[in-house]
Design a protein around this ligand. Structure first.
Ligand code: C2E
Ligand code: MG
Ligand code: MG
Ligand code: MG
Length: 277
């Protein structure tokens, strides 16, 4: 047994590793083609206020792969970040979201909606990020006050001063910011105080077992209280049951996103949902 383990440990060439390197190279090449051939689309997931009203949508990227079908972002966003392809992809997401906002602004039933866009740290760090976002807004005619950028704590590991400066520059044009997956990363409370945020998003990993795991319940309650103390809105993601919503509501969280209300769906389905409520 020990001998076998020893042999494995000293093996330089592992066929399964070769397979995964090959798979990864294929993924990178496919992603490049996907950008060229516009194989991406967006799904919209409703964001809900207390009374059940839809206040907007988070746009979630989907990759319609020619052979493999729909691929989820968890599978390709990391590769897109490492290859830098997240830059053109992210720009496309932003342009699409802003174009949609401008279209909705002309429809009385949709004009109140906001759109939340996920921005990866890699994208936000680009020196021309602010200029690029403002150009997209200008060209699309979208109302910047309806655009929310979802950032993650991974932005806060370096150059926080620069991050804050960029956030202020965008905020001064009317955009707002949500801190996504809150509680799963590295943000310190000192940063939270300095960042011009509008919203904290309770990560779904705390929501999932909020009714059965006292630690998750404590964390969810703490995030809600923290938001209240700092004057930030709090939204819970991954809400799947009415019981989870009621628990969160009873502790002061009044905005939700999750399968209880709607899965992420194609644009037409989201528009029908808004009109049916
Ligand atoms: P996220 O921004 O935290 O998005 C929430 C994820 O939770 C989405 O997964 C959504 O489909 C899923 N979700 C929503 N409600 C529920 C629920 O009730 N139960 C469960 N189990 N899951 C729920 P999705 O669409 O697979 O996206 C995964 C992640 O990929 C996103 O997490 C985000 O970090 C990233 N992502 C998606 N679109 C983009 C994009 O346009 N740009 C960037 N940079 N990242 C994106
Ligand atoms: Mg998000
Ligand atoms: Mg999230
Ligand atoms: Mg998440």
């Amino acid at each position: 047994r020990a001998k076998a383990a020893g042999r494995n440990t000293f093996r330089f060439f592992d066929p399964s590793m070769e397979a995964s390197v090959k798979k990864r190279a294929e993924l990178d090449a496919d992603l490049r083609l996907a950008v060229q051939n516009q194989q991406f689309l967006l799904h919209y997931q409703a964001q809900i206020a207390e009374a059940g009203r839809i206040t907007g949508a988070e746009v979630l990227l989907r990759w319609q792969h020619p052979d493999r079908g729909m691929i989820s972002p968890a599978e390709f966003i990391p590769a897109a970040e490492e290859t830098g392809l997240i830059i053109p992809i992210g720009l496309w997401v932003l342009e699409s979201a802003c174009r949609q906002l401008a279209l909705w602004a002309k429809q009385p039933a949709m004009a109140h909606l906001s759109v939340a866009v996920n921005v990866s740290a890699h994208q936000f760090r680009k020196s021309d990020f602010v200029a690029q976002v403002l150009a997209v807004i200008r060209n699309s005619g979208a109302n910047p006050e309806r655009l929310k950028l979802e950032l993650t704590e991974s932005l806060l590991v370096e150059n926080v001063g620069e991050v804050i400066e960029k956030m202020f520059a965008l905020k001064s044009k009317g955009l707002c910011f949500s801190l996504d997956d809150f509680g799963t990363g590295y943000s310190s409370l000192a940063y939270l105080k300095r960042l011009p945020l509008d919203q904290l998003k309770i990560d779904q990993s705390f929501v999932r077992d909020v009714l059965i795991d006292p630690n998750d319940a404590a964390i969810a309650r703490t995030i809600i209280a923290l938001g209240q103390s700092l004057g930030l809105a709090v939204i819970a993601e991954g809400v799947e049951t009415a019981e989870q919503r009621d628990f969160l509501s009873s502790h002061g969280c009044h905005a939700y996103q999750g399968f209880l209300f709607s899965r992420p769906v194609p644009l037409r389905d989201f528009e029908h949902l808004v009109q049916s409520i």
